[in-house]
Design a protein around this ligand. Structure first.
Ligand code: MRU
Length: 348
């Protein structure tokens, strides 16, 4: 199912598939300095919440690998600096912070007292985070596939597929798993302005995997739902608060409200690492604002007058009351989320 490797550690380098070049070209950035990893996250060469976490973990391992520290406290200082830089790359996807906390814990306690052993241990942790994500995605797929009937059609937004993770995706994993079970599920993919993750990435990856996909302009989603061309909506998430409020790519909120209006189930698919139980509700989730350039220019061509003011939040918050279920690797959490997510919180 997985059409492409999104990231790989090879001989002291982190190789990152440059998603900005897709679907035209498949090129890998070869990062040997952690600053290149920070830049890859900031510029969305590597994007999607789980993949951002994995990439950040490799960034720490890379810095440790090339660190000139002569002793363990020196290496720990280097790790601290790198963690700080990675934390500032993007604010919304909590997987970034989750992965960095794991790497920090290893830096504080891991290794057997030598720089070499701590370096080795940090790399093993990053490889472990990557590896776990593969099985997490597969479990999300298995758990979600049960919600789809044979011949169902799903509407999705942005890209929550293999390209956004270290495995087969989250929202798209559900579709892949259903199709592996012979359900013949079809997809409507929102193009997802301004950066077109739906057109460039979701349409590309679904076609690579032989899934029947129809691309729509974001503004067509309302008609698709009103005309009942889709049986449900499934999206990914960047951060989910303790009450189930969900941050995901801007445009998700509109879909959720529309789905409610037309009586169509609206599901979120995400791993445990996307939950931020320290936040009671969605209003506390930091929302990234991106540059005006991304809105006024389309592939280098200006499409709005010079000087036009732009507001471009990259994510929005869908209140939990619009969500029919949250598909995780531990099962599907159903409303009321206060209870179902409290149970999830206790999972490792
Ligand atoms: O800005 P992006 O491309 O990183 O945004 C990605 C999304 O919004 C995804 O839906 C989310 O990260 C889930 S990825 C499994």
């Amino acid at each position: 199912v997985i059409p492409v490797k999104t990231i790989e550690w090879r001989a002291g380098e982190v190789r990152i598939l440059d998603q900005r070049a897709l679907p035209g070209r498949k090129v890998y950035l070869r990062c040997s300095h952690y600053r290149e990893v920070v830049e890859a996250i900031r510029t969305l060469a590597a994007r999607g919440a789980p993949l951002i976490g994995i990439t950040a973990a490799y960034g720490v391992a890379l810095a440790a690998w090339h660190s000139r520290a002569r002793d363990v406290p020196g290496l720990r200082d280097d790790v601290r600096r790198v963690v700080g830089a990675l934390e500032r790359a993007r604010p919304t996807a909590v997987n970034l912070f989750w992965a960095l906390r794991r790497m920090e814990r290893v830096a504080a306690t891991g290794g057997s007292g030598s720089v070499a052993s701590l370096r080795e241990r940090l790399l093993r942790e990053a490889l472990g985070i990557h590896d776990e994500d593969r099985s997490t995605c597969a479990a999300i797929g298995r758990n979600g596939a049960k919600l789809l009937r044979r011949g169902a059609t799903v509407l999705t937004h942005c890209n929550a597929g293999a390209l956004a993770t270290g495995g087969m995706g989250t929202a798209l994993a559900v579709i892949y798993a259903a199709n592996q079970a012979g359900k013949g599920v079809r997809v409507y993919a929102d193009e997802t302005r301004p950066l077109l993750q739906g057109a460039r990435l979701t349409a590309w990856e679904l076609r690579q995997c032989g899934v029947d996909v129809t691309l729509i302009c974001d503004s067509v989603a309302a008609s698709v739902l009103r005309e009942r061309r889709a049986d449900c909506v499934i999206v990914g998430a960047d951060r989910i608060a303790a009450n189930g409020d969900t941050a995901n790519k801007v445009g998700t909120l509109g879909l959720a409200v529309l789905a409610r209006e037309y009586g169509i189930p609206f599901y979120v698919a995400a791993p445990r690492s996307t939950f931020d139980f320290s936040l009671r509700g969605g209003e506390a989730i930091p929302i990234e604002e991106r540059s005006a350039e991304e809105v006024v220019c389309l592939y280098g061509t200006r499409v709005a007058p010079f000087g036009t003011r732009v507001y471009s939040p990259a994510f929005d918050i869908t209140p939990a009351r619009y969500i029919s279920g949250i598909i995780t690797e531990h099962g599907v959490a159903l409303p009321p989320f206060a209870g179902s997510l409290r149970k999830l919180r206790q999972e490792p």
